[in-house]
Design a protein around this ligand. Structure first.
Ligand code: KIV
Length: 352
C-alpha cells in the first residue's frame, strides 16, 4: 500500500520530517522508493535535467505522462506526484480537471502538483472535489519565470511575504494536502509552516519547513549546467560516469572488452558446417570409427582423442553414416566380447 495524504499530514502533526525527491525514470525511481522516500515528484524540472530544454515552459502533458508512467511502474510504497506543466491548468477549470485526471488515469500517479496560490485556488478545489489530491507550489514558481524576472528569492518584502502567507492559507482552504515553498527566506518559510495546518515542503526555504524536496540530479551531481544554491551534491556522478565511459572507450579500442565472460559461444560442429569444414571433420571421424570397429568391434568417444570435437557432433556424424549407438552397459554375448563393455556409450556398424 502506498503512502497516503493522511499519513503525510500525520507526519506534520507528529513533527516527523518529510522527505521528497524528484525522479523521472524507472531505474532511479526504484532506488528512491526502496530507500523509503515517501513522496516522489515527477517534476517538470524533467524539461531541463532530462530533456535539455532551457526552462520548464516547453514541457508537455505527453512528456510528463510518459515519465510518470515509468516512475509509477518502478515504485511500490511512495506516493507519486505528477507535476502539471505550463498552461495545462490555467485556461479553465475543466482543462485543469481534465489534465489532472490524465495524470491519475493514464500516468498512474496518486496526486498532482501545480504552481500558484490565490490565482489557482479555484482550480485546486475543483480537482480536490473530484477526488484527486493536490500539492501546491508557491514562492519561486519556475513556470512564471518571465513574470518573476529570473530565479530570484521570493517574499523578501513585506508585501511579497504577506502575499505568500495568503497564498499558503488559500491553498490550504482549497484542499491542498501540502505545499512546496521554493526559494523563500528561511524565516518566512518557518512562519508559513507554523501558520498553516498542512505540511510545507521546502526547496531553498530553510530547515524550518515540515519537509524538503530536491531535484535528484542536483543531489547526485549528474546535472551540472547550473547548480542551484539550495542544492547539496552528495556525490558527483558526472565524474564517476566520465571515468567509466572513458575506461570503456579505451577497452573497446584496445580489444580488452569484451572478454569470454561477456560473450556467448555456439556448437563447434555448427560453426564447422558454417565455415565449410564439416566434410573434412566427418571424414576424419568416420576414418577413426572404421579403424576402431575393425580392431575391437566398437568405437567410443575417447577413441576420437582430443581433437576438439563435441560428443553431439561425433554422435550425429556416426548415426548418419551407418552406425548404431548403444547407451548404457550391455551384457549381451556380443558386447561381452567387446572391450568397451564398461563404457556407457559406444557405437558399432549396423548389420547390412
Ligand atoms: O519540477 C520540479 O522538480 C519541482 C521541484 C523543484 C519542487 O517543482
Amino acid at each position: 500500500m502506498r503512502i497516503t495524504i493522511n499519513q503525510i499530514k500525520e507526519m506534520k502533526r507528529k513533527g516527523e520530517k518529510i522527505t521528497m525527491l524528484t525522479a523521472y525514470d524507472y531505474a532511479t525511481a526504484k532506488i528512491v522508493d526502496e530507500v523509503g522516500i515517501p513522496l516522489i515528484l515527477v517534476g517538470d524540472s524533467l524539461g531541463m535535467v532530462v530533456l535539455g530544454y532551457e526552462s520548464t515552459i516547453p514541457v508537455t502533458m505527453e512528456e510528463m505522462l510518459h515519465h510518470t508512467g515509468a516512475v509509477v511502474r518502478a515504485t511500490k510504497q511512495a506516493m507519486v506526484i505528477g507535476d502539471m506543466p505550463f498552461m495545462t491548468y490555467h485556461i479553465s477549470n475543466s482543462d485543469a480537471l481534465h489534465n489532472a485526471a490524465r495524470f491519475i488515469q493514464e500516468g498512474g500517479a496518486q496526486a498532482v502538483k501545480l504552481e500558484g496560490g490565490v490565482t489557482v485556488a479555484e482550480k485546486v478545489s475543483r480537482i480536490v472535489e473530484c477526488g484527486i489530491p493536490v500539492m501546491g507550489h508557491i514562492g519561486l514558481t519556475p513556470q512564471s519565470i518571465y513574470q518573476l524576472g529570473g530565479f530570484t528569492v521570493q517574499g523578501k518584502t513585506l508585501e511579497a511575504a504577506t502575499k505568500l502567507l495568503e497564498d499558503a492559507r488559500t491553498l490550504e482552504q482549497a484542499g491542498a494536502f501540502a505545499i512546496v515553498l521554493e526559494t523563500v527566506p528561511a524565516q518566512l518559510a518557518t512562519l508559513i509552516t507554523q501558520r498553516i495546518g498542512i505540511p510545507t515542503i521546502g526547496i531553498g526555504a530553510g530547515v524550518g519547513c515540515d519537509g524538503q524536496v530536491q531535484v535528484i540530479n542536483d543531489i547526485l551531481g549528474s546535472f551540472t549546467d547550473f547548480v542551484p544554491k539550495h542544492a547539496k551534491q552528495y556525490i558527483k556522478l558526472t565524474d564517476i560516469i566520465r571515468t567509466a565511459v572513458a575506461e570503456y572507450d579505451n577497452e573497446v579500442k584496445s580489444g580488452s572488452f569484451p572478454t569470454d565472460q561477456q560473450s556467448f559461444s555456439m556448437d563447434e560442429s555448427i560453426l564447422a558446417e558454417l565455415k565449410g569444414e564439416a566434410i573434412d571433420k566427418s571424414n576424419k571421424i568416420l576414418e577413426i570409427a572404421e579403424l576402431k570397429c575393425r580392431e575391437s568391434g566398437a568405437v567410443a568417444y575417447p577413441d576420437f582423442g582430443r581433437e576438439g570435437w563435441s560428443a553431439p557432433t561425433i554422435k550425429r556424424i556416426l548415426l548418419n553414416n551407418g552406425y548404431e549407438c548403444h547407451e548404457g552397459r550391455h551384457s549381451s554375448e556380443w558386447w561381452g566380447l567387446c572391450s568397451y563393455q564398461k563404457r556407457k556409450t559406444h557405437f558399432h556398424k549396423k548389420e547390412e
